[in-house]
Design a protein around this ligand. Sequence first.
Ligand code: ADP
Ligand code: MG
Length: 477
Amino acid sequence: MEKEKDYVKIWANCLDVIKDNVSSQSFKTWFEPIKPVKLSANVLTIQVPSQFFYEWIEEHYITLLKKTVRKELGTEGRLEYSIIMENTYNAKPYTVKIPTLNKKELKNPSVSMPIDTATGGIRNPFIIPGLKKVVVESQLNPNYSFENFIEGDCNRLARSAGFAVSQKPGGTAFNPLLIYGGVGLGKTHLAQSIGIEIKKNAPGKTVLYVTSEKFTVQFIDAIKNNNTNDFVHFYQMIDALIIDDVQYFAGKDKTQDVFFHIFNHLHQNGKQIVLTSDKPPVEMQGMEQRLLSRFKWGLSADLQVPGLETRIAILEKKMYADGVELPKEVLEYLAYSITTNIRELEGAYISLLAQSSMNKKAITLELAKQMIDKFVKNTAREVSIDYIQKVVCDYFDLPIELLKSKTRKREVVQARQIAMFFAKNMTKSSLATIGMHCGGKDHATVLHACRTVNNLMDTDKRFKNYISELEKKIALQ
Ligand code: ADP
Ligand code: MG
């Protein structure tokens, strides 16, 4: 709390000085939008709305800024920028931290400028002359390490290929490395392990983990904001790019296009690409041929359903990490009963712990059996937005394309709102994602749709009947 006040106060003091030194128009344009975000040691981090904004400030106001920051924080005082890369609802701002340099560093930039081969040698705008380095937050979850990844027959090839890649990113034949397999079998975990290991061996490398969904949302935002160039350049400077669930690119031609170019650039420059998907390239539909052929360039390795021993080992590892002890028979019972999906296995284990601590019951085989009975019944697979749309369209006898289009015909609007309502309530998708699937609407439209449906249910009996009938149909998948 104290700290928070500190940086806010310090930035306010800086602003006081700055205000006296620039025109009021400039102050309004360039300084008011800046938000202080943190202070650690003598580094003040400020958030700026865009790359362009950052460049402008560095170019025009750096002397003034440096003076004021040093006045507040002493001669060692430094400034870091955090640039907002995306602005979608419900997604954390995507930040790039760029340390401001002292004079010595300015004279000796220690990084060579990456050359953009696609555009014939234009500098990457993210690397500003005179800047030492650009730090990209890798978005990696430290729990998803190789140490925590249990090896078994089901994952041996994928794991060892992943490990090889992490020791020599871009320097093996496994580029791209495509990891594929069913839900909850460890694709995300393994892909992140590679990133974590690369960072561990070479902290200076720029690693980025991103879901294809987030990539798509960022790209759409970039189009809206007219900065697709920044978007592309940003991705082109990554040393190891991990894209999770690429099957989500299916049918998204523009996103595939832009990814194709980024892919080529990275590949040509010896950068590592790691992809995950729920199916092998040959079975991916809605994917451009040229992209598919590139997916096949490196190695496709699958993750299979783990055998009993591996499942037990995974649970044991988890218990050890949590400092929990379960009777051996309980552990074996869990591993024996839940066979197809590691996430579900973990889910059952967590519910069991929760059950026992809430009811203050010892974890016995009996309790495990009761719980698993319920658990296995209750884990009906999550429905997908596509499925919901299909049921809604069948019900109202509308072609699904209309629902996914932008049309404002009354009957389509209502069906679309109902689909959004169910997607919000029955899936874990974000509002932005739901909107994107339903005619490219934004999160506010989805919220509005949910409110409208709720209101109508309250006031219109017949409408309410539609909804409960639909609900049953969707749940019956
Ligand atoms: P996917 O991305 O394939 O749907 P995840 O990577 O999210 O699956 O894995 C689901 C859960 O199972 C995660 O909590 C992950 O840590 C765990 N898990 C998967 N494979 C392993 C493994 N081999 N060893 C340990 N934990 C694993
Ligand atoms: Mg995953």
